[in-house]
Design a protein around this ligand. Structure first.
Ligand SMILES: Nc1nc2c(ncn2[C@@H]2O[C@H](COP(=O)(O)OP(=O)(O)OP(=O)(O)O)[C@@H](O)[C@H]2O)c(=O)[nH]1
Ligand SMILES: [Mg+2]
Length: 359
């Protein structure tokens, strides 16, 4: 007999309302939500999808569907619902009232939770906590999550673990404390950048799991964490590399992007993401083996625009080429760029040359 000391994984039901005409898009987003739930340490035991022209203002999913959800939760022994669509506090309370033993949260809270799990440095932890508190402050009304959930469950990591009656005032004062610390961090980063002056910075950007950290390792001999899960990297890593023309450059790896990245996260991670906005060149890493790379590339461009980095020069790196059929694939990949594989090393010399040429 084997004994496991790991706590039982939370059993999650995913719920999504499809209001658009983009059926494939909806399916892709639900699949991605399942990946996110797994990265948060949960087990997906059910999936409820509904097609309706608009979100139900009272309950998000239609009220009939809420009853169906309650039955599904009972049958599958689930304790947590994660919705694809953003939840208003009122909608969350309404669904929770119909599900007496369950917590309800949306995708943004789930993503914040993954960030909280993966934050390692004090800078990363501080930024995640700030994002979580800002999100909480914006959605604060009594919900079961605030009233009875303590401990290590999803959505309760970080600031949630503190205390329940964290009222608005205490959240506010904690937020302003964190903001002050963040000002210091930004100052320090700006100084560090100034001291590097003269050495061009190349930032690896891209959808989460595209292979940015793998490319950093392959190009610089670094050994940063690579993992087949979203948001493995939260903290920026900088490595010096030599370009084919002999000149040095600093290669920066940082947090990956995702579609509809919670705005609190983008704001809170500004200090970290300044490595991207201040970079001389972006290497936009694309997972060429992902059937939805076009959607992912567009999402990355949206975040780059939000960061004010949309006009930075870009080289596209079509990564994971080892997983893509070679014949004809190059043509399908669209705009200029270099086809690479961080795993086999294919195309890396070409990528170095492209970086040198653009700098
Ligand atoms: N086959 C193949 N797998 C790759 C390649 N590059 C990366 N991977 C795999 O893709 C997964 C994600 O790689 P990472 O380097 O962690 O990706 P990332 O973009 O840094 O991801 P986040 O930090 O989570 O945003 C890992 O399982 C890697 O082993 C490649 O060229 N070929
Ligand atoms: Mg990474």
């Amino acid at each position: 007999m084997t004994h496991s000391t790991a706590p039982p994984r939370e059993r999650i039901v995913l719920a999504g309302v499809d209001t658009g005409s983009d059926r494939t898009g909806f399916g892709v987003e639900m699949d991605e939500l399942a990946t996110l739930a797994k990265a948060a340490g949960a087990e997906v035991v059910g999936r409820l999808e509904q097609r309706r022209p608009a979100i139900d203002p009272a309950t998000l999913i239609g009220s009939g569907k809420v009853a169906e959800l309650a039955a599904l939760m009972r049958e599958s022994n689930a304790t947590l619902v994660v919705t694809l669509n953003p939840l208003r506090p009122r909608q969350r309370s309404a669904i929770e009232r119909a599900l007496p033993d369950a917590t309800v949260m949306d995708r943004s809270v789930l993503i914040l939770d993954i960030f909280a799990r993966h934050a390692r440095t004090s800078e990363g932890k501080l930024q995640v906590e700030l994002a979580q508190l800002r999100h909480r402050a914006a959605n604060l009304i009594g919900s079961r999550e605030e009233l009875s959930r303590l401990g290590g469950g999803i959505g309760t990591r970080g600031p949630g673990e503190t205390r329940l009656e964290v009222d608005r005032r205490r959240i506010r004062s904690r937020i302003s404390h964190l903001e002050q610390q963040l000002v210091q961090i930004r100052k320090r980063r700006t100084e560090q950048r100034r001291s590097r002056q003269g050495t061009p910075v190349v930032a690896l950007v891209g959808y989460t799991n595209a292979g940015k950290s793998s490319l950093l390792n392959a190009l610089s001999g670094a050994r940063v964490l690579v993992a087949d899960q979203p948001f493995a990297t939260l903290d920026p890593t900088l490595r010096k590399i030599r370009l084919p023309d002999g000149g040095p450059a600093i290669l920066a790896d940082t947090v990956g992007f995702i579609s509809d990245l919670p705005k609190e996260l983008v704001a809170a991670f500004r200090a970290t993401l300044e490595e991207v906005t201040n970079a001389n060149l972006l290497v936009h890493v694309i997972d060429a083996s992902n059937p939805h790379w076009q959607r992912q590339r567009a999402s990355v461009d949206v975040v780059l625009r939000e960061l004010g980095a949309a006009s930075n020069p870009v080289v596209y790196a079509w990564n994971k080429s080892d997983l893509v059929e070679t014949t004809g694939s190059r043509r399908n990949l669209g705009p200029a760029g270099v086809v690479v594989s961080a795993v086999t090393g294919a195309g890396l010399e070409e990528l170095r040359a492209a970086i040198a040429a653009r700098l």
